[in-house]
Design a protein around this ligand. Structure first.
Ligand code: MLT
Length: 411
């Protein structure tokens, strides 16, 4: 007999975005005449920038020649891409990160999920509430959560840090000691940000408590205001306590192509139960070499092209396009008299569900009456109840149409 990993039994229903996809598929099957606009999952709609497409073609051709053929690449990523990342994403911002502190991957979802491998099972995990569900679910799978309390909608051993309008969407430091802290800014799902001094208090907390911050900055390219940090390493001392996740998915339209990276400075240390210090960088490197054969060469060449001057220009055009959608959403909500947050430095707008309805009630109503799909806030955690997320990643035409429908609906 084989036994299952019983931690999986602790997971709640299906993964949020699969549940939504199923509901939408059912609705469209039953109403084939309806044109449903999807502003739910944050999947991009703009094509991959031309510079990346050209790099892909070139790399494919290379692979078909004897001289250009490549087999297994370095598990951590090709030097050309790690170098481009260091130069453009870090050195250009005055941050000193070494190439061997960068690990190229098939995306931030996998990285933020897989990182749990290198931490002890009894670490205490803190997440914001609401939160991108991957951080929580992967810790449940790893056995770090304890039992689910269905009255509260929370897990026994997880420390929840509310981010709601009451605290301006800024998580407060935990009252108890925690070991692993997940932060995502610009935030998914609320679209809100932390300023440098607000982030500094987390770095100080992590230093004082020997904790690690798992910082997801997948949406940094969408920051429009000047005084918002793009990387946690802009904060003094963060290199000793923070691991950072980045992605080409939203920045360069790679949701289907798959490429991201994680930064693990060698100065970020953990401890064995005997108190022996270990570099998380080494542990992750060991894990990567064992479980991963690297991202496809052609995809890494496409990612490298993001940093070319043409690539930069083209991704900026796409990002501006999405941020224009965010503006259309914000203005539409204002016209409809719906209170909202975010959408200024992030491609997500977080709205307050009108008339005291639950997030899922609003989801069903919007789907059925307006044929618009969003994401129910409660799917991101109990404190997301009463909120709803709209993504700016649709086409401009659909975004305009969706907002007209929402206004017409008269919330
Ligand atoms: C989201 O909608 O929150 C994201 O698209 C999910 C993801 O990036 O995996």
């Amino acid at each position: 007999m084989s036994y299952i990993n019983e931690n999986f039994l602790e997971l709640q229903e299906s993964y949020l975005f699969s549940t939504i996809a199923k509901k939408v598929a059912k609705y469209t099957e039953e109403h084939p005449d309806k044109e449903v606009i999807k502003l739910g999952i944050g999947d991009v709609t703009r094509p991959i920038p031309k510079a990346c497409v050209e790099a892909l073609h070139k790399a494919v051709d290379e692979m078909g020649t004897q001289e250009g053929f490549r087999g297994y690449g370095p598990e951590q990523g090709y030097e050309f891409l790690r170098k481009a990342i260091v130069e453009n994403d870090y050195k250009a911002r005055g941050i000193d990160i070494a190439e061997d502190e960068i690990f190229v991957s098939d995306g931030a979802k996998c990285d933020t999920g897989n990182i749990v491998d290198i931490f002890a099972k009894d670490n205490v995990v803190a997440i914001t509430d609401p939160v991108y569900p991957v951080y929580l679910d992967t810790n449940v799978m790893a056995g770090r959560s304890g039992k689910f309390n269905s009255d509260e909608g929370t897990y026994q051993n997880i420390v929840y840090l509310p981010v709601t309008k009451e605290n301006g969407f800024k998580p407060e430091l935990p009252k108890q000691r925690v070991d692993m802290i997940y932060l995502c800014f610009p935030n998914n799902p609320t679209g809100t940000i932390l300023k440098k001094d607000e982030l500094k208090k987390w770095v100080d907390y992590a230093k004082a408590n020997n904790s690690v911050i798992l910082y997801d900055s997948a949406y940094e390219a969408f920051i429009t205001e000047n005084d918002v940090p793009h990387s946690i390493y802009e904060v003094e001392g963060a290199k000793d306590v923070a691991i950072e996740f980045r992605s080409f998915s939203k920045t360069a339209g790679f949701t289907g192509l798959r490429c991201g990276y994680v930064v693990i400075p060698k100065s970020v240390k953990g401890y064995s139960k005997e108190g022996k210090e270990a570099e998380y960088n080494k542990l992750w490197n060991r894990r990567t070499c064992t479980k991963f054969n690297g991202v496809a060469y052609i995809v890494q060449r496409a990612a490298e092209a993001v940093y070319s001057s043409e690539g930069q220009k083209q991704i900026r055009e796409n990002i501006n396009y999405y941020m224009e959608n965010a503006k259309i959403i914000r203005e539409g909500l204002e016209d409809a008299g719906i209170k909202y947050y975010g959408g200024l430095n992030a491609p997500y707008v977080w709205l307050e569900v009108p008339d005291g309805k639950t997030s899922w009630e609003f989801f069903d109503e919007l789907l059925q009456e307006s044929n618009v799909v969003g994401t129910p806030g409660s799917g991101f955690g109990p404190k997301g109840e009463g909120y709803f997320r709209l993504t700016a990643f649709g086409t401009k035409e659909n975004t305009i149409k969706a907002m007209e429908r929402i206004k017409r609906k008269g919330c």
